[in-house]
Design a protein. Sequence first.
Length: 592
Amino acid sequence: MTHKEKLSSIRSSMKEKGIDAYIIPSSDPHINEYLPDFYKCIAWVSGFTGSAGTLVITQDFAGLWTDSRYFVQANEQLANTGFELVKLKIQHAPEYVNWLADKFNTETVVAFDGNLASLAVANAINNTLLPLNFKIDGHIDLLNDIWQNRPALPTEKAYTLPITTTGQSVKDKLAAIRLVLKQKRATAHLVSSLDDVAWILNLRGSDVKCNPVTLGFLYITAQKAILFINPLKLDTETSQELNSYGVEVKEYQNVRNLIGQLSDKEIILLDPKRTCYAIYDTVPKSVKIIEDTNPSTLLKAVKNETEINHQRKAMVNDGVAMTRFFKWVEENVTSGNLTEMNIADKLQTLRAEQPDFKDISFDTIAGYKDHGALPHYKAEEHSNYKLEPKGLLLVDSGGQYETGTTDITRVITLGTPTQEEKEDYTIVLKGTIEGSMAIYTKGTRGYQIDAITRRPIWGTLRNYGHGTGHGVGFFLNVHEGPHVFNPTNVDIAIEPGMITSIEPGLYREGKHGIRIENLVLAKNLASNQFGDFMDFETLTICYIATDLIEKSLLDTIHINWLNNYNQWVYDSVAPKLTTEEAQWLREKTKAI
């Protein structure tokens, strides 16, 4: 079926069922950012492959609401599909709800599949439209009957990590969660988010591309813990190990039965952002629900010393792969054989040669020239630029190692840079350095680090449309909450042990894009009569190109930081390189 034929089939089903508007979020029952193939509904319906968006279908309009990271990509992928791009003004905001409120009158029927919508999304729909006398049905799946040859849910094996890797036992993690439940007066807790389940049980898998997680739900009370998972995913040894921690294993699909039969004496804690509406609506009306963030989310975000030490080692290995990659690109760009796609493959191959490598942590963004101006660009056959000895190349990539997760962005020139390119690069670099050098008081929120990082960029009347940083898991999701460095994070304080990216950027559509990204570790710095102070330790180990720098735009403090950083990179990586590779890196890390 073509995308237009799929859209026509959906509209026919809507007409049969009396539905005026149908909403398809980009999600699954676990509210994943990256989805198993079975749940890639937006891509199947419309052709749009970005990781954030919402489709809204009516009889006379079909639109994709997404943010500025995907505007160019969406315009390309939605061409001739029957869908139109609707540009979000605020990232992740459910602006389509107000559009529906303005477009339709009372008695309008709006439907969605509650398996694909978080409780937070469902609440946004209900709270806006129900007072206007709209009729809402959150239990309608219009896709399954028309999706022929739909991929099956994955059945790959799950496995546990030793405490020497995780630094904390399953029993201790469950005890910490139970303590929070007790404090909140909750008697039960359902964990739907796969990274939380993985962290609590020291369990990993490969059910979601680039994320080492396995499909499952975890139910926790003061007395017991039940993992709902396909039994085929667990071998006998793993099941026995989980049982030894007091974790019972039951069939994946049986979670609805348990939730639907809860006693009215239970008080269950559910995370509204990480629980799907279909699960929430299964809870008996007599059961009290506490809507709050999963306790494991904050516990997981604060890394222990074992995790931090492993992460540092993973960064060295990742730096070796990145060094070899950029050397290879530089030496082969004149061959005419390099493309955005095959350099991404080469980088994955080089990472795979490193100890403990498991997978990439997201699809590599290799954006040459104007493709670098697309923050979440992924090269495909029709867009696959051939590299030439000129212009800028942006590479945003990462690895999943059993000893940590990496995420790094670098920009290099393949020829002689223009003055505009050098100025843009240097201004972004100043932002990265300012954020990395920040000293801040305990209790500082992400929006403050965001502003500190943007200050030198704003000072030139430039800006970027995405957040400055996101949390990163330990051999888990490359995007991890609850902490982010963006203008909207006014709630979550930065805690010692949190790992976050700092990645300012600058994008000139049709020309080039620049983003320089490192991961940093939040640390205690000092305490005195004025308060408790913190700073960052930079974790990412890869040289920052200096031949793109307009030195006159940098202050002495920025120059010193850069020279010290590049020297540290050389000292850390060179012992693992060949003599030739080390000599090449020596040139790249020379002081400016």
